[in-house]
Design a protein around this ligand. Sequence first.
Ligand code: NAD
Length: 449
Amino acid sequence: MTAPTENLDFADIARREFDRAIPFIHPLDGLKGMASWLFEPERIIKLALPVRMDDGYVHTFRGYRVLHDNVRGPGKGGVRYHPDVNEHDVVALATLMTWKCALAGIPFGGAKGGIECDPKTLSKDEKRRLTRRYISALGDDIGPHTDIPAPDVYTDAQTMAWIYDTYSMMHPGQNNLPVVTGKPLDLGGSLGRDSATAQGLFYVLEHMVDMGALPNIPTLSGADVAIQGFGNAGRHAAKIFASAGSRVVAVSDSKGGIHDPEGLDLTQVEYQKDTFGTVVGTPGTKELGPKEVLEVPCDVLIPAALETQITTENADRVRSKVVIEAANGPVTPEADDMLAQRGIPVVPDILSASGGVVVSYFEWTQNLANERWTESEIQERLKATMYAATDAMVTGRAAILDRLDFYRETWKEATGSDEDLPRPTLRTAAHAVAVGRCRTATDQRGIWP
Ligand code: NAD
C-alpha cells in the first residue's frame, strides 16, 4: 500500500475545491478581490469554558463557533463534541456549510461550532453543564436570525434541548424555538430529521438517474449498493435504497465490513449491530477490512463514515459506477480526478449530504410559524429541494462545458497562465454554482458602506 500523494488536511481541501471553482464563475473580472472575501470566515469565536465536574474538579474546555458567511441569511451549522475539535477544522466545516446552503437554495449562510472534549467520558450532567456554559458564553452571537446551531458528531436531540432551554432562559417572553434545530419532536423538532441526510441523498441519485445524468445506471431498482459506515447516515441509506428495490451488497463500521454479492439481509445486519456493536459477524456474510468495502464491485458506492477515505492511494481500486458522498469530504479532489478519468462520477457532499440541513430549515420555518408539517409534506418539500439543487449542479456543469473554451481563454488572460483549465468535475460545478450564488447576493447587497 502506498501513501496518498495529496495534502489530506480538511481546510486545505476546502481551499483547493474553492480555487478550482473560481475560474468558472462568470464574469470573472467582476470578482475583483471578492474571492478572498467569499472564502474568509466572517467571525471566529474562541471560548474558555470552566465546568465543575462530578468529582468537584473544575475543568476548562475550549469551545468554538465560526460564522463563515451570512450574506444569504443567518449562519447555520452543527455543534461537534470531540477530542479533535480545533479552530482550523471548525472554519473548514463552516465554509462547507455556506456552499451546502447556497446550493440547496435555502436562506442560510454557513456556520459550525464545537467543543474540544471527550464526550464518551463525560456524564450526562457534565455534558449538560458544558452545553449550558457554552451557550451562555455565546450570548447573542447565536439567535433565530443570527446563527442557528444543530447536531453534529456526538451531539444529539438532548443537547439541542439544552441549547434551546439555555437560550430561552436568557431571552424570556418570546418564541425561542427557532434558535436551534434537531430538537426532540416534543420540543419543536421536525418529523423526517433523523433520516433526512440519507433520504436527501437518495432523492439526488434518483433524480440524476431519471434525468439520464448517469448513463451507466439506468435504474436504481436492482442496483448493487455498498456503504461505508453504518451510523445515522449509512444505516438509513441502506434501508431507503433497499426499499427502492436496490440490493445492499456490502456495509462496514469502524470494526470492519461484510459482503454478500447476493444482497445482505438488513434485518439481520441491524440485529448484529444493535446486539454486538458491529455489523461484523452477521451470519452468511464474508468479512472485509473497514476500507475494503470501498473496493467491492457495485453500481453505487456511498461513503458514509469519515473524511478522506478515497484518496490517490486507493481511487484506482474503486469498482463502482458512481460514488455519492454521505460523509463530509470522503473523496479528495485529486481522487475525484482519478475517478473521473475512469468514467466514475462523484456526487459531492455539498449536494448529496445536504438533506439534513434542508430538513433543519423546515424545522426552523415550522418553529417561526408555530406549525407542524406532516411527514408527507416534509418528504414532498425535501424531494423538491433536492431535485432543484441537483438540476442546478447538472445544468451548471453543462453550461460550463458549453463555454469551456471561453472560460479557458478568460482564465489565461486573467492569470497569464498558458495551461488549460481541466474539465470541471461535478464537485467543481457544484462549488461554482454555490460560490456564484453567494457572490451574486454579495453584489446585490453591495459591500458596506
Ligand atoms: P455516526 O456516528 O452515526 O456513524 C458513523 C459510522 O461510521 C459508524 O457506523 C462508525 O462505526 C463508522 N465508522 C467510523 N470509522 C470507520 C471506519 N474507519 N471505517 C468504516 N466505518 C467507520 O455518524 P453519521 O451521523 O452517520 O455521520 C457520518 C458522516 O456523514 C460524517 O462525515 C458526517 O459529518 C456526515 N453527515 C451526517 C449527517 C447527518 O445528518 N447524520 C449530515 C451530513 C453529513
